[in-house]
Design a protein around this ligand. Sequence first.
Ligand SMILES: [Zn+2]
Ligand SMILES: [Zn+2]
Length: 421
Amino acid sequence: MNAPDNPFRFDAAVAAAADRVEAKVVAWRRDFHAHPELGNREVRTSGIVAAHLRALGLDEVREKVAVTGVVGVLRGGKPGPVVALRADMDALPVKEEVDVPFASQVTTQWNDQECGVMHACGHDAHTAMLMGVAEVLAGMRAEIPGTVVFVFQPAEEMPPIGEEGGAKLMIAEGCLANPKVDAIFGLHITSIHTTGKIGYRSGPLMASADQFRVFIRGSQTHGAMPWRGVDPIVVGSQVVMGLQTIVSRQVNIAKEPSVVTVGVFQGGVRNNIIPDEVKLEGTIRTFDEGQRSEIHAHVKRITEMIAASGGAKAHVHIHLGYPVTVNHPGLTEWSLPTLSRIAGEGNVGVVDKVCGAEDFSYYQQAVPGFFYFMGCTPPDKDPQTAAPNHSPRFYVDENCLKLGVKTLSGLSLDWLAANSR
Ligand SMILES: [Zn+2]
Ligand SMILES: [Zn+2]
């Protein structure tokens, strides 16, 4: 009956186990939602995760990976490869405005500022779903042909200034190495789809996100006598316009889109003083690592040359953020039948690229990885107008959680079955 490569063989067991665990997943999600913690501060959350994994009898539970991360290892009863599943655990410095009984009342300090804390990106749901997956799979361990690694990651939304954290540090601290992971899956819930819908994309899915900071140094003088100095405000304005020509004139937009935005322009104290210096800050988004470094070079060259043409000096600092989130084409293709089978054919579709960034990209640089979106807007609401992720009004329809448990369980089991011998 159950041939090793029969992709349907786990479906009934997963569906039944997901039904059984659903109420717990909802309860965990509400608990995390009421007690959100910022990046690298997920102490309570990771404690609950680790205790749960231990109670399930996982073969290994490692805590304090990348500050507050947890890695759980479940060895199946049959030989096979290693698949990893990832959930992020951190919340955002956002003051919650959703009217639910478990709304967050938490306030804290973030980079020296008082702020509210809210799971405004849905990482509470991700963590709860992966705990549910661990329970589903632990209950089937004798049947599992290989090993499942559960990666509960802190600080996806960036650690506090001056700290390291997130996926990059999880990898540096061995979450893909021990045991050696062969493929990784992850998901993100999103307001732009309704519950039950899954969005995917092969190749580049989410952008790289780098920050730049430019200091343009002129020479201070009286506003009535500009010829006595060098005006960094005029030079800075020319730089802003020059930077607009990168995407419009210098990058092959037929290959991939990109964005260069200046979001900060600071300088001057008074109407009749030309200041010494101005500061610009901006963000660079790309969907191709080659274009990413090309744009960095353009930003540097344009800024320095325009400054020189006005007799000013420019210093350009580019701070590298997350790389492009690239879904492995083969693994993406491979995943689709499983997703369609579990979610229903008409509920799985291709989505547009997203100019936001995700540090799941680091895992994908190390091993083949597939990251997909799952809708969390109630079916009677319009996802076009629903409050987006990161909004203080971001709302999660908890009916979506079971689909997350089933798809992550199904993808990992199918992948192990297909790749074991
Ligand atoms: Zn987010
Ligand atoms: Zn997120």
